[in-house]
Design a protein around this ligand. Structure first.
Ligand code: GTQ
Ligand code: FE2
Length: 353
């Protein structure tokens, strides 16, 4: 018997509770907080400060060789509400990864999907199933589930970036698989543009017809990198089209009506100085990162100041509102496609003072 034993002041009922516990059974009628009116969420609103993240990542580079633990030098953002779990929310892993000049984080693949958002710097390239993709400030790089990936820093300066994975979702479904890659010396070629971009990222609405270039249908976008120049232009163009001072766009699979990956939604927002977003809340959790600018975010009953490089988490169903002090660019990723696929997605605007 390892299950919880309920107790009662009534001796007969108490004996009954002993007997059912001995058979690994529990009485629903004694349970509280199972079917709550609205989500009961352990994940807490939290913001990690850019200056601290940079300092601590730099120290990890001085102290820890790349080959210790998963061949990645990664600091996981651990949500203070999750009892020490290395998860930024109940459904998302978020981390900063740090790679020194000359280092290689060797190839592996896993069933959890990942993405990288580059908050600063350049010089690193990642190889996705053989396709080298350079990483620079503002770029979004996908690492779809089960794609081999390795990171190279052939440059002269260290680089840090944000990783987000759907690991807690996949782990809770007992579906984590991992495999090391072939250990032969990796291809050092740094193609200026990945094959993925040359085939699927050449222009809006343009897709290949030649059968030798059309990608096999996969569960994710065939475009694996979304360049900052394109995102920046799209945000600027939206701002020209309305006077709200708020641009908001979503990264999509260019060939199908869906998000970039089956478990992760990616969006970018720009607020001009002085602008605010309408308040909102949604089921599922969001991880946001400040690419540039300053301001603040209200999450539930807390307010956090925001500066470039800060990373914060918005728990499920927590109200959320952004305010820009200077022009503010914010990347957001969430588990929304998972909730949508299961018909559990809810969102609404909320009037916040
Ligand atoms: O870069 O391959 O933050 O496998 C966590 C797990 C990064 C990676 C993480 C990973 C990686
Ligand atoms: Fe990985």
């Amino acid at each position: 018997m390892t299950t919880k034993r309920y107790s009662s002041d009534d001796a007969e009922l108490d004996a009954f509770y002993g007997d059912i516990a001995a058979r690994d059974l529990q009485p629903l009628w004694e349970m509280r907080g199972l079917l709550t009116k609205s989500p009961s969420v352990a994940t807490l609103p939290h913001r990690w400060d850019a200056t601290e993240l940079n300092k601590l990542a730099t120290r990890s580079g001085e102290l820890v060789p790349i080959d210790r633990g998963g061949d990645r030098r990664v600091l996981a953002l651990s949500n203070p509400g999750l009892g020490g779990a290395p998860y930024v929310s109940s459904t998302l892993w978020a981390a900063v990864q740090y790679l020194l000049p000359g280092e290689l984080a060797p190839a592996h693949r896993h069933s959890p999907a990942a993405l990288r958002f580059i908050l600063d710097g350049d010089g690193v390239y990642t190889v996705l199933d053989g396709d080298p993709v350079t990483m620079s400030k503002g770029d979004l790089v996908l690492t779809p589930a089960w794609a081999f990936h390795e990171h190279h820093n052939p440059g002269s300066k260290p680089m840090m970036w944000l990783d987000v994975l759907d690991l807690p979702v996949v782990a809770s479904l007992d579906a984590v698989f991992f495999e090391e890659g072939p250990s032969e010396e990796a291809d050092q070629s740094t193609a200026r543009r990945s094959a993925s971009e040359r085939i699927y990222g050449q222009g809006p609405g343009l897709v290949p017809v030649r059968p030798d270039l059309v990608a096999q249908p996969k569960a994710h976008s065939p475009l694996t990198v979304y360049r900052w120049a394109d995102t920046d232009a799209a945000l600027a163009a939206q701002l020209e089209m309305n006077d709200s001072g708020h641009a908001h766009l979503r990264f999509r699979d260019p060939t199908r009506d869906r998000d970039v990956m089956p478990t992760l939604r990616c969006e970018m927002q720009r607020l001009v100085a002085g602008a605010s977003t309408p308040g909102d809340r949604q089921t599922g959790s969001r991880v946001c990162a400040v690419l540039s600018g300053s301001g603040r975010v209200d999450i539930a009953d807390q307010t956090f100041t925001l500066a470039a490089g800060d990373i914060f988490v918005v728990p499920s169903w927590a109200t959320h509102r952004l305010h820009a002090e200077s022009d503010l660019d914010i990347f957001t990723t969430s588990d929304a496609p998972v909730l949508e696929a299961l018909a559990l997605y809810r969102s609404e605007q909320v009037d916040l003072a």
